[in-house]
Design a protein. Sequence first.
Length: 177
Amino acid sequence: MTLKASGNIDELCYPFIFEDSPLCDFEILTDELCTYTGLALSQVTNTEVRESLELLQPKIFNLNGSIRGKCGIFEDDIQALLTDLNYFKAQVTDNAKRFVLPRGTGPVIQLHQCRSLSKKVVRQLVLVDKVGKKIPETLPRFANALTNYYFVLTRVLNQDAGVEEPEYVSVNYPKPR
């Protein structure tokens, strides 16, 4: 049996929900990312981080709609994200750690969830590309930068709160030189 809409609009959560395509999965993941960003934003007290997230959140919905509609992620969006990423990265005093165990309280863990979801968004773009859908080049660049942006925000907020972040050093791969 192939699932399909009943015809009752109240029984349809999303117009493309029954589509057999990775496009819908991309849209659902970016919707989840926007939601988790809002959840973290509701708890962030650092004014600069709040302002940055407030400007970012609608761009995530622009990312969402860019897969099926007109591309809403532009070079300026990428540059603004990279500017914020580098601004916050410069605030991290213990920046020698390549990766840390995802710890912290409230919004920090939610931002770690956003970091992880951003990777899933990138992977979903890979699947969309694999089925032959043309992907605007700004989308994977923006989504990849999002992952690093969320990571650096977790570092800043934990540092502000005095939370010690244990560095994670993998036993699976050789140490980088």
